[in-house]
Ligand binder design. Structure first.
Ligand code: 5AD
Ligand code: SF4
Length: 481
């Protein structure tokens, strides 16, 4: 049972005198945790009478769930706020009040400054306060401009409302579950330790209960998420901290969950039980996002990544030994302060050495308050752009080679939704590649073995081989590269 606030009259004085259902539009920027948090905000507002709408112009409440990781991401919020303000003014002319809330990491980092810069904003709410949304909105309804960026002592996960079965179903067969939040690593470029705070892990029982609820509503694939997910150390039922490897083992036992993934990992925390989980759990997908950021030891040290290029390669080798068909993705930053041409060349070489199946790459963006923003030898933007272009070409080349190696192979595909053309479904390969297959709509949520017959720039095409029950999983070692 949810406690505390009843049902605050958030907009009780509707000028038409009608108290129809209210609508909330939530827009997520940035990482998967924001997607997860947006769902939890919607779930928490549903019992307050808010239905979700995809159309901001229909909404009584607009929430922007923001990202602060790079300057561009943060600035997007202000241009979006400009557009929402126009909607708010138009609604006001019709006598309808629209409330604007800014949530997420920009809210946490900038707090009151947001209302100073964008006075149309009514509420600024940091990621640790989402469970207080109903109470905060009640204060807004009383005419207050509210800023809540506290790191409260209570566990928000104890209070946040769980999703209804209908909401879970509408969100599809693959779901995220936050198991860990925050980061203690303090990479010198990164705002996360400041915006999301210190590492906190959810207890095992709480995570298992959430996964069981999702499975019960039809979810087949769960991705455990956290800013530093493999530093997980939540309390186990035995009263001791459990590792992520142990948690995965436990979740693999939840009936109905056929696929497990986790993200994002730090190379230093790929400990033995996690590697063992890759060897022992068939449902743990052979695809790992393991950001390296740079291939140069000089740059890695300046980034405070706490490992060398050789350490990273060693971790990759241990993962490959545990799961020969594993493939990797990564994040890279180009133009970190002091990065010279030779450093960048070692990054390019690492991309080819590992043969990533996919990777994200970014120009270094100085973030206020982080040590790297104050470092000497900042790299000019034109040089960053040039390096990014070359790095992306290397990544694309490796991705194309990886996809080409899939041609003619068979692997399990989890069907998610209708595909591009009539009669087609689109599903995900173990390596998260979208696969288009002619298959009946009733197969959504099913896993079937598919033979890859054709590849294009962003998709694979395949034919149904046999239902999973009759087919051996045929993921071949050479695909992992
Ligand atoms: N500039 C550019 N990229 C960054 N990232 C984190 N901070 C910055 C920054 N200041 C990238 C890293 C991280 C990903 C989520 O975003 O590559 O892994
Ligand atoms: Fe940021 Fe990841 Fe480094 Fe933590 S480990 S500081 S989240 S880049």
């Amino acid at each position: 049972m949810r406690q505390g606030h009843g049902r605050p009259a958030i907009y009780g004085n509707h000028p038409t005198g009608m108290n129809g259902p209210r609508k909330v539009h939530i827009k997520s920027f940035g990482c998967q945790m924001n997607v997860y948090d947006s769902h939890r905000m919607a779930d928490t507002l549903a019992p307050e009478g808010f239905a979700e709408t995809a159309a901001p112009e229909d909404a009584d409440l607009v929430i922007l769930n923001t990202c602060h990781i790079r300057e561009k991401a943060a600035e997007k919020v202000y241009s979006e706020l400009g557009r929402i303000r126009v909607l708010k003014q138009a609604a006001a002319r019709e006598g309808r009040r629209v409330v604007i809330a800014v949530a997420g990491c920009v809210a946490q980092a900038e707090g009151e400054e947001i209302i100073r810069r964008a006075p149309a904003v009514d509420l600024v709410v940091g990621p640790q306060s989402y469970h207080r949304l109903p109470a905060l909105l009640a204060r807004v309804a009383r005419g207050e401009a509210v800023v809540d960026t506290e790191f409260p002592v209570e566990d928000k996960f104890d209070v946040l409302a769980p999703p209804s079965r209908a909401a879970t179903r509408a969100r599809g067969v693959s779901a995220f579950v936050t198991v860990q939040e925050g980061c203690d690593k303090f990479c010198t470029f990164c705002v996360v330790p400041y915006t999301r705070g210190a590492e906190v892990s959810r207890p095992v029982a709480q995570v298992v209960a959430e996964v069981a609820r999702l499975a019960d509503a039809g979810v087949r694939e769960v991705t455990l998420i956290g800013q530093n997910v493999n530093a997980y150390h939540g309390d186990g039922p035995d009263g001791r901290p459990w590792t992520l490897g142990r948690l995965l083992e436990r979740i693999a036992e939840v009936p109905g969950i056929a696929r497990l993934r986790y993200t994002t990992s730090h190379p230093c925390d790929m400990e033995a039980s996690l590697i063992a989980a890759h060897r022992e759990l068939p449902s743990l997908m052979p695809y790992l996002h393991l950001p390296v950021q740079s291939g140069s030891d000089r740059v890695l040290a300046a980034m405070n990544r706490r490992h060398t290029r050789a350490d990273y390669l060693d971790t990759i080798a241990r993962m490959q030994a545990a799961r020969p068909d594993i493939a990797f993705s990564s994040d890279f930053i180009v133009g970190f302060p002091g990065e010279r041409e030779q450093d960048f060349d070692t990054t390019l070489a690492l991309v080819d050495e590992i043969g990533y199946a996919s990777a994200f790459s970014f120009k270094y963006s100085p973030r206020p308050g982080t040590p790297a923003a104050e470092m000497a030898e900042q790299v000019p933007d034109a040089l960053k752009s040039e390096r990014l272009y070359r790095l992306q070409a290397a990544i694309d080349r490796n991705q194309a080679a990886f996809n080409a190696r899939c041609l003619g192979h068979s692997f399990d595909v989890l069907f998610e939704k209708p595909g591009r053309h009539p009669g087609q479904l689109v599903g995900r390969s173990p390596y998260l590649q979208p696969v288009q297959v002619m298959a009946a709509p009733s197969m959504i949520g099913e896993i079937a073995t598919v033979t890859i017959t054709e590849i294009s720039a962003n998709s694979l095409f395949g034919t149904l081989l046999a239902p999973r029950a009759r087919a051996q999983t045929a993921m071949l070692a050479e695909i992992g590269g």
